[in-house]
Design a protein around this ligand. Structure first.
Ligand code: S3P
Length: 175
């Protein structure tokens, strides 16, 4: 296991959980959106506004390819990152993919009022369509944690328990 990659829809807690998980493991934490921000010196909203989503996705792909080559990173991806099969491929090849889920109502309660996600500046129906359309991608993860009624600490604890079971399974399979 080289990296732990958190995937899931916007507002499922990837960055918050990722940061705590990294602390628990004494690994480094990176957020692909923040990395894109560093490289381009622009916020995600600004990239979308000035250059459009296509440019954002190409910056995202470069960042993902670079981060995948590292070790012992907890990587929080953007909600759309793993829709790209090349991103999925490099992330899955070099890490365990953990999906975070929350119901759309809870997501909108958590982040609906914020103004920093261009894809949420849409009608409820459009957001729901995006949410449903993406679930099959998130479901391909090694495992999924439903964060809807859980605290951050509980989610981190569950991830660690899953990873522990995976490690034991891997060990017994090899020996
Ligand atoms: C996106 C999610 C955002 C960010 C960008 C696009 C998406 O990240 O990458 O606004 O396509 O779902 P978060 O999931 O961290 O909000």
């Amino acid at each position: 296991m080289r990296n732990i990659v958190l995937i899931g829809f916007m507002g499922t807690g990837k960055s918050t959980v990722g940061r705590r998980l990294a602390q628990a493991l004494a690994w480094n934490f990176v957020d692909t959106d923040a990395e894109i921000g560093e490289v381009t010196e622009l916020s995600v909203s600004e990239i979308f506004r000035r250059y459009g989503e296509t440019r954002f996705r190409s910056e995202e792909k470069i960042v993902v390819a670079r981060l995948s080559q590292e070790d012992e990173l907890v990587i929080a991806t953007g909600g759309g990152t793993v829709l790209n099969s090349s991103n999925w491929g490099v992330l899955a090849e070099n890490g365990v993919i953990v999906s975070l889920y929350a119901s759309l109502d809870v997501i909108l309660n958590r982040i609906g009022h914020k103004n920093d996600r261009p894809l949420l500046r849409s009608t409820h129906d459009e957001i729901e369509r995006l949410f449903l359309e993406r679930q099959p991608f998130y479901e391909k993860a090694d495992f999924t944690i439903d964060t809807t009624f859980r605290t951050i600490e509980e989610v981190v604890g569950e991830i660690l328990a899953h990873l522990g079971r995976m490690a034991i399974h891997e060990f017994t399979r090899k020996n």
